[in-house]
Design a protein around this ligand. Structure first.
Ligand code: Z5A
Length: 205
């Protein structure tokens, strides 16, 4: 498959969305064809699943239901949007992808990681990002940054220890997949982090 698949990962408030957008704008301004997308969501069907997943009224959602909804959203997104764009030679920038499931459902919800990995792989037809940026920050900083935002979603409402474990899981994933992951210190300024990311991406294209 042609194209380049770049994902952004990290705990909430780490700055993924900001950096994914800045990278997209940088590439578009240089006439490099790319697609900016996110999970859960990214297509009409996936956005409908996102609403169910993040709705606070669904406080009693069983962890396995949550897992399968994230995967259902991802299958649709992968086959409807990501793979066709890659086949057209585009760069796809995705705010969260399957590492989120390994970190949040695998570690956060304690669902056996090997199982999560296998069904995740099945749901995506085995598509793996070429490059993954883990923007790493301490969970206190992340949650503090989001304080100003009105209303937390169902997952953001989890206690701090949940977010701490998710961060730990991300760092482990990055250590185990060194060729794919780049860990970025999320405490730097937005501009500094952007430059660091651009330098890495330019080496890939
Ligand atoms: N989830 C899951 O459990 N399993 C899965 O498989 C998937 C997802 C795919 C999606 O929430 C939730 O779904 C998420 C994981 C779960 N749950 N939580 N919690 P979302 O899509 O609504 O949101 P998010 O992905 O968690 O990200 P976020 O809350 O939007 O934060 P962010 O993207 O990391 O950060 P940001 O929006 O770029 O920045 C946050 C604020 O910090 C903003 O005011 C920025 O201006 C500021 N910021 C950004 N960078 C900096 C720096 N460097 N310095 C200072 N301030 C900064």
């Amino acid at each position: 498959m042609e194209g380049l698949f770049i994902t952004f990962e990290g705990i909430e408030g780490c700055g993924k969305t900001t950096q994914a957008k800045l990278l997209y704008e940088y590439l578009i301004n240089r006439n490099i064809e790319c697609v900016l997308t996110h999970e859960p969501g990214g297509t009409l069907i996936s956005e409908k699943i996102r609403e169910i997943l993040l709705d606070k009224k669904n406080y009693n959602m069983v962890y396995l239901t949550e897992l399968f909804l994230y995967l259902a959203s991802r299958s649709q997104h992968t086959f409807e949007k990501i793979i066709p764009a890659l086949k057209n030679g585009k760069i796809v920038i995705c705010d969260r992808y399957f590492d989120s499931t390994l970190a949040y459902q695998g570690e956060g919800r304690n669902i056996p990681k090997q199982k999560v990995f296998e069904i995740n792989n099945f749901a995506t037809g085995g598509l793996i990002p070429h490059l993954t940026f883990l923007i790493d920050i301490n969970e206190d900083v992340g949650l503090e940054r989001l304080k100003e935002r009105k209303g937390k979603d169902r997952i953001e409402e989890e206690e701090i220890n949940f977010h701490k474990r998710v961060r730990g899981a991300y760092l482990t994933l990055a250590r185990e997949n060194k060729e794919r992951f780049r860990i970025i210190d999320g405490l730097g300024s937005i501009e500094h982090i952007h430059k660091e990311i651009v330098n890495i991406v330019l080496k890939f294209i």
